[in-house]
Write a protein that binds this ligand. Structure first.
Ligand code: F6P
Length: 320
């Protein structure tokens, strides 16, 4: 293994820079060269390369986003796009590519890796935490913390005005972020796409809470449940309680990574280089039961990560 490439792809996540730093420095420490590809898969298709070394990744461990920039790149899903990416990897003699991103990025890595000699290793980084095979992804902890900070502030105004608040968090079609945010802010109700709910049941819970003296509530809703604006109107109409919606949005994806996100990024980056040094590809780095390990890329992209219902149950009991 002489040359390692790095690409950050899909939605950015806090800690991606820390992962770029870790891969670059561990590779340099072991005498390898490192090339960064800019703007996600677009960089491989268009040949946007940036040589990286131990010095060029100085001062980035604390930065959100990704210094390599990122895109959603439908072009990599075509055989023509993949042929261009393969040619670019061959031109720069890249023996192993570290793909820092989520499941969409890993699907592209799997398809590209099928046809070429360059070894692929995925480093899970997404605020959605929806990558099968790892208990946690880089950036998830930071996004939870960011959301907590905002919801705690919303709680102040909810209590003062005795209002219901729906707070919509990201997560695409999954409820990992919503579950963890809901549990850790003490939400009265958590709504996730994995657990279908009936509006009537929601109104009943809100009324029951009110009769127990709860005059305000925080409802954490994953963006994947559907139209939260309509839900807020329906709650107000059916319970008679003033209801507001707050969509946390992209702030959840930014900011300086927490200690945990930096730790995961450092460990995953180091593990990725270790795997490539051992000529192992077709893998992702993972955290399972506290241990940094590797897992099949193929199986990861083929399998849907299950949501742990115990978190929702615990949050429900603690909210009584
Ligand atoms: O995957 C991360 C994520 O932030 C999701 O939570 C969200 O649904 C999506 O990206 C938004 O992506 P984009 O910024 O490309 O619209």
């Amino acid at each position: 293994m002489k040359t390692i490439g790095i690409v950050t792809s899909g939605g950015d996540a806090p800690g991606m820079n820390a992962a770029i730093r870790a891969v670059t420095r561990i590779a340099a420490y072991n005498g390898m060269s490192v090339i960064g590809f800019e703007r996600g898969w677009e960089g491989l298709i268009s040949g946007l390369v940036r040589p990286l070394n131990a010095r060029s990744v100085s001062g980035i461990i604390n930065m959100g986003g990704t210094i390599l920039h990122t895109t959603r790149c439908p072009h990599i899903q075509t055989s023509e796009g993949r042929a261009k990416a393969a040619a670019c990897l061959a031109k720069h003699k890249v023996d192993g590519l570290v793909v820092i991103g989520g499941d969409g990025s890993f699907r592209a890595a799997r398809a590209l890796g099928e046809k070429i000699d360059t070894l692929m290793v995925g480093v899970p980084a997404t605020i959605d935490n929806d990558v099968y095979g790892t208990d946690e992804t880089i950036g998830f902890d930071t996004a939870v913390d960011t959301a907590i900070g905002m919801v705690d502030k919303i709680r102040d105004t909810a209590i003062s005005h005795e209002r219901m608040f729906i707070v919509e968090v990201m997560g695409r079609k999954r409820g990992f972020l919503a579950s963890m945010v809901g549990l850790t802010v003490g939400a009265e109700i958590i709504l996730v796409p994995e657990v279908p709910f009936k509006e009537q049941r929601l109104f009943d819970i809100i009324r029951a809470n009110e009769s127990m003296g709860k005059r305000s509530a925080i409802i954490i809703a994953a963006e994947g449940i559907g139209d939260t604006r309509k839900l807020a109107l329906d709650i107000e109409e059916n319970t008679g309680l003033e209801t507001r919606l707050s969509v946390l949005g992209y702030a959840q994806r930014g900011g300086s990574p927490t200690a945990r996100s930096r730790y995961l990024a450092s460990e995953f980056g180091s593990k990725a280089v270790e795997l490539l040094s051992d000529d192992k590809g077709g893998l992702i780095t993972t955290l399972r039961e506290g241990r940094v390990m590797s897992f099949s890329l193929e199986e990861s992209v083929r399998t849907e990560k299950p949501l742990d219902p115990a978190i929702l149950k615990l949050a429900e009991i603690l909210a009584t």
